[in-house]
Design a protein. Structure first.
Ligand code: NAD
Length: 471
């Protein structure tokens, strides 16, 4: 029986390994993590991440050929294939701070593999890493090789949170990069055989190591660039009376461009886009390509501009002040169908509104109160203007309330900001909401999901991204 061990039981490691276990009953899969609380949650009824379809798969496979463990060393030592799916955040200090990928977790995983291994291993880069990382990993492993043959493969993950299971079941492609040596090709074939259990052969692409590593950064940069392109266009639409949805539709009909990923919004978020572009920028700079670095930097600048533009629109529409006004925040996750708030635009929007002394009432169907508290209270901002984050209790005035219902969030509010495109926000009883709000009642739709005409008929003043303003 082939044994797989995945180091890192996060948003990537958990779902990818659950799907491998489901599709490959003959393979034993152990997902390990240094976080005891994460592994405890994976072994419980309350999984540590929300992802549609995931719970069913875990229930089906856990205890059969899928295991979650904190015993990292033992499981690594016993594995034939080791996926490394640890976090690779942006460095916060030292050389390359604010741009380069922090490979601390990767390096410690590699050193541990070298320490505990006693048999040949295929080490698979699942995390998103800078191009040439495999070279560094090889150095670490070979220094302590004890005669062991390590083959390093790059197998970046392209799943999107919120649709992870669907993406894993039916991937556009599986990319495997490896060495062109006979051992490298043999390792590629071993990994191909795993995916071949459910992925059609023509969707499994093999390349050299550096192409695979760079392809992941390139794919995220292209996706984020598309969002910034349409968001930049949305600003021009607002200035000219064009409608960004109509422009996107017309542009997307060109088969060379395509219609996906052309929705204007308050901006992109998530743990990957910004970090991976910053990483790309750093790599360009290190390779003496400042013009290319500047090109990609612009994608992030436009994203920051879009978030700022949204807040400015809120404040300027509400007679240039939100001081003391209650604003309902509908949605805090960076996208629908996930509880992940990493780099969510909601953090920037909420903080800006709080700086302008607004009162916020936040509702998200999947984000916990702890997450919101952590996300809104961890920077200098709180030093200057302490924010008291507590659940709403009738009769008290709090700067931030976290509530469990959209109607409760909007009660007595002066405005609603929709920051995540949750389906339930499309079908709310907006008449009921309007009746219980202060007047004039504003809706700022940061995801362009509401029926603008209907809401205007009810009496709302509606602002959507890149669309003509209220008559
Ligand atoms: P995550 O933070 O959710 O999970 C990483 C896990 O690795 C954590 O639970 C952490 O405790 C664990 N870990 C760190 N060092 C460890 C060690 N030495 N031993 C054992 N466990 C260790 O991160 P994620 O979102 O799953 O992302 C993982 C990687 O995949 C990143 O490089 C990311 O860029 C990439 N990626 C993420 C997504 C996504 O949608 N989240 C998609 C594609 C690729």
């Amino acid at each position: 029986m082939v044994k797989i061990c995945c180091i890192g039981a996060g948003y990537v490691g958990g779902p990818t390994m659950a799907v491998i276990a489901l599709k490959c009953p003959s393979i034993q899969v152990v997902v390990v993590d240094i976080s005891v609380s994460r592994i405890t949650a994976w072994n419980s009824e309350q999984l540590p991440i929300y992802e549609p379809g995931l719970e069913d798969i875990v229930k089906q496979c856990r205890g059969k050929n899928l295991f979650f463990s904190t015993d990292v060393e033992k499981n690594v030592a016993e594995a034939d294939i080791i996926f490394v799916s640890v976090n690779t955040p942006t460095k916060t200090q030292g050389l390359g701070a604010g741009r380069a990928a922090d490979l601390t977790y990767w390096e410690s995983a590699a050193r541990m593999i070298a320490d505990v291994s006693t048999s040949n291993k295929i080490v698979v880069e699942k995390s998103t890493v800078p191009v040439k990382t495999a070279e560094a990993i090889e150095k670490i492993l070979s220094f302590n090789s004890k005669g062991i043959n390590y083959q390093i493969l790059s197998n970046p993950e392209f799943l999107a949170e919120g649709t992870a299971i669907q993406d894993l079941f039916n991937p556009d492609r599986v990319l495997i990069g490896g060495k062109e040596t006979p051992d490298g090709q043999k390792a590629i074939q071993t990994l191909k055989d795993v995916y071949a259990h459910w992925v059609p052969e023509d969707r499994i692409i093999t390349t050299n190591l550096w192409s695979a590593e760079l392809s992941k950064l390139a794919a995220n940069a292209f996706l984020a660039q598309r969002i910034s392109s349409v968001n930049a266009m949305s600003a021009l639409c607002e200035a000219t009376g064009a409608d960004v949805s109509q422009v996107s539709h017309a542009v997307g009909k060109d088969t060379r461009i395509g219609s996906k990923f052309l929705n204007a919004s308050v901006g992109f978020g998530g743990s990957c886009f910004q970090k991976d572009i910053l990483n790309l920028v750093y790599i360009c700079e290190c390779n003496g390509l400042p013009e290319v670095a500047n090109y990609w930097k612009q994608v992030i600048k436009v994203n920051d501009y879009q978030k700022k533009r949204f807040v400015n629109r809120v404040v300027s529409s509400m007679f240039n002040t939100v001081s003391g006004k209650k604003i309902a925040i509908l949605g805090f996750a960076f996208k629908k169908d996930t509880g992940d708030t990493r780099e969510t635009p909601a953090i920037d929007v909420c903080k800006e509104l709080l700086r302008d002394r607004a009162r916020l009432s936040i509702y998200d169907p999947q984000v916990t109160m702890d997450q919101i508290q952590r996300d809104l209270s961890m920077d200098k901002f709180d030093w200057d203007h302490p924010v008291h984050l507590q659940p709403v209790s009738p009769g008290t005035v709090k700067k931030v309330s976290i509530v469990w219902d959209a109607y409760e969030a909007a009660r007595d509010a002066h405005a609603i900001c929709i920051l995540t495109e949750w389906d339930e926000f499309k079908t709310l009883d907006y008449q009921r909401i309007f009746d219980n709000m202060q007047k004039p009642a504003f809706v700022f739709d940061g995801r362009n999901i509401v029926n603008v005409r209907k809401l205007r008929e009810i009496g709302f003043i509606v602002y959507s991204i890149g669309k003509p303003l209220d008559p």
